[in-house]
Design a binder for this molecule. Structure first.
Ligand code: PEP
Ligand code: MG
Length: 576
């Protein structure tokens, strides 16, 4: 039995068999072939090259339209790799000589190329390595007949074990036979972890060694609440976890008993409890957990796991559906926040040294107003079907808010001249997730209808800690006094202007912070729907005055650890 300690990413205890995924997204089969098979394998190779070439040319065309010729030219290098005679001949001659399947030979040849290129001290050549890797993955997918959909075809429930998973990989697990997952890298507020919570897939990230210790088919216990993974558990441990599982179910039932009630304190203060969603498919779970609105709809996932851009009509249909389903409750649509750890295949966004500080979210939208406007028009059109609100991510100052609002106004003008109906009074809010926005919240509050504090980013930017990096996860402290002071000052700036403040970062759904946030005057808590019943239970057990006094004492503490302990103690008093 081996115990691995990772980072608790999404709660739940699961016992099951491991399903290892290689770094390449596919395991390369190695099969000996006979002399007669050689022509067939060569044909497979040629077909895969032709197919890949077609795909790249199509992609290039789309990018030329969406982003301009210059970006499209990036793919010329990919085409050159595909047409490299030396490479093709080497694959064919090794295939004839060594007599293994072409996928295996191709993989070996590409590996050798990458090794040789990596040894050359030339920046230009080094940069070509990523082109080679990219092209070889595409060819490999075509050779193996896979479109990167490595999850399809799983016939029994498994626990996925991978070095890393992208948020779109996690989204693809939805409805597949995946009961939990474990990764080597990643942090608690990475979008991979957030997606797992939303889809209620128990997960442990950042174990560092899972893929080197766990083999395909190994028996595992995954505890997504503590971050523990147990490999080949003994009978006693198994029984212990089964007992823990039953206990958790019991506690869950206690919380579920209040899920449909209002989040009102003992002395009558009512706050809003909303859900965060990434996909419209989550609506039934949102309702089942008693959310009275959507505080954050992360629309960028709409662009993932597909080759083309969603049209205005597709956006509109999705927003209309969510608005109608949630009526009369509000739905807060966040305009696309791509970049950071969310890369969309449709845009050839160059890999950046500091993606979280780079061309992301509103910055991307303000540069690509054509793409931005498609979404804004759809949101406006859908606003007649329910109570929609709109908010912009990653605003760093008032100028960006004004620019975004100008484009929104253009969208309104266009719709008006087309005679398309839309609601005139849609609220427009600002996410407070960049320290400069938090510090100038008084200025922003003059031109925003509401605020929503995005603590996932606000913490990473104010403490200078990459939210996806397990190595610095110990520094990622929502309880840090600097974070608490920022939250406090944002809430008071907003309240001075009479606008409401919500929080949609993971901190809002962390039970240990609920008394503090309530005491600081937060108006709306938005979280993955799974956490809603417990948060309601906590709020319903508190008095507002007691929470205010608690917040005052917490703010006088000087370390994150003290704050954390104080919060945990209070939580134990409330939930037992
Ligand atoms: C946040 O930053 O807290 C937030 C809610 O946005 P995201 O997690 O999508 O960056
Ligand atoms: Mg954010």
């Amino acid at each position: 039995m081996i115990k691995l300690q990772g980072i608790a990413a999404a709660p739940g205890i699961v016992v099951g068999k491991a399903y290892r995924i290689g770094k390449e997204e596919f395991d390369i089969p190695k099969k000996e072939i006979s002399q007669q098979d050689i022509p067939y394998e060569i044909q497979l190779f040629e077909e895969a090259l032709i197919k890949t070439r077609k795909e790249i040319i199509e992609l290039q065309k789309r990018i030329a339209v969406d982003m301009g010729q210059e970006q499209a030219q990036i793919f010329d290098a990919h085409l050159l790799v595909l047409e490299d005679r030396m490479l093709i001949e080497e694959v064919i001659s090794r295939l004839k000589k060594e007599r293994f399947n072409v996928a295996f030979i191709f993989f070996e040849v590409m590996k050798k190329y990458v090794e040789v290129f990596s040894r050359i001290e030339d920046e230009y050549i080094k940069e070509r390595i990523s082109d080679i890797n990219d092209v070889s993955k595409r060819v490999m997918r075509n050779l193996l007949g896979k479109k990167g959909k490595w999850l399809e075809g799983l016939t029994e429930k498994v626990i996925v074990v991978a070095h890393d998973l992208s948020p779109s990989d996690t989204a693809a697990m939805h409805k597949q036979n995946v009961s939990a997952f474990v990764t080597d890298i990643g942090g608690k507020t990475s979008h991979t972890a957030i997606m797992a919570k939303s889809l209620e897939i128990p997960a442990v990230v950042g174990t560092e060694t899972a893929t080197s210790k766990i083999k395909n088919g190994d028996m595992l216990i995954v505890d997504g609440s503590t971050g523990i993974v147990i490999l080949e558990p003994d009978q006693d441990t198994l029984a212990e976890y089964q007992e823990e599982f039953r206990k958790l179910q019991g506690i869950g039932e206690k919380f579920l008993s209040v899920k449909d009630l209002d989040a009102v304190t003992q002395d009558g203060k009512c706050v809003e409890i909303h859900a965060n969603i990434e996909l419209p498919e989550e609506i039934p779970a949102v309702k089942a957990h008693g959310a009275k609105g959507i505080g954050l709809y992360r629309t960028e996932f709409f662009y993932m796991n597909r080759k083309d851009l969603p049209s205005e009509e597709e956006h509109y249909q999705a927003y209309k559906y969510v608005a109608e389903e949630m009526k009369p409750y509000p739905v807060t649509i966040r305009t696309i926040d791509l970049g950071g750890d969310k890369f969309l295949s449709q845009f050839a966004i160059p890999r950046e040294m500091q993606p979280f500080l780079g061309w992301r979210a509103i910055r991307f939208c303000l540069a690509r107003t054509d793409i931005f406007k498609v979404q804004l028009r759809a949101i406006l059109r859908a606003s007649v079907h329910g109570s929609l609100r709109l908010m912009y991510p990653m605003i760093s100052g008032i100028e960006e808010l004004r620019q975004a609002n100008r484009i929104l106004q253009e969208a309104r003008d266009e719709l008006k001249s087309e005679g398309a109906p839309f609601s005139d009074n849609i609220e427009v809010g600002v996410m407070i997730e960049v320290p400069s926005a938090a510090i100038t919240a008084d200025l922003l509050s003059r031109e925003a209808d509401f605020f929503s504090i995005g603590t996932n980013d606000l913490i990473q930017y104010s403490l200078a800690v990459d939210r996806t990096n397990e190595k610095v996860a110990y520094l990622y402290e929502p309880s840090h006094p600097a974070v608490l002071r920022m939250i406090q000052s944002v809430i008071s700036a907003a309240h001075e202007r009479g606008i409401k403040v919500g929080m949609c970062g993971e901190m809002a759904g962390d039970p240990a912070f609920v008394p503090l946030l309530l005491g600081l005057g937060l108006d709306e808590f938005s979280m993955p729907s799974l956490g809603i019943p417990e948060v309601k239970y906590i709020i319903r057990s508190l008095n507002l005055d007691e929470a205010k006094e608690f917040a005052r004492r917490v703010l006088s503490l000087s370390t994150g650890r003290e704050v954390e302990e104080f919060g945990q103690k209070k939580l134990r008093e409330i939930t037992g």
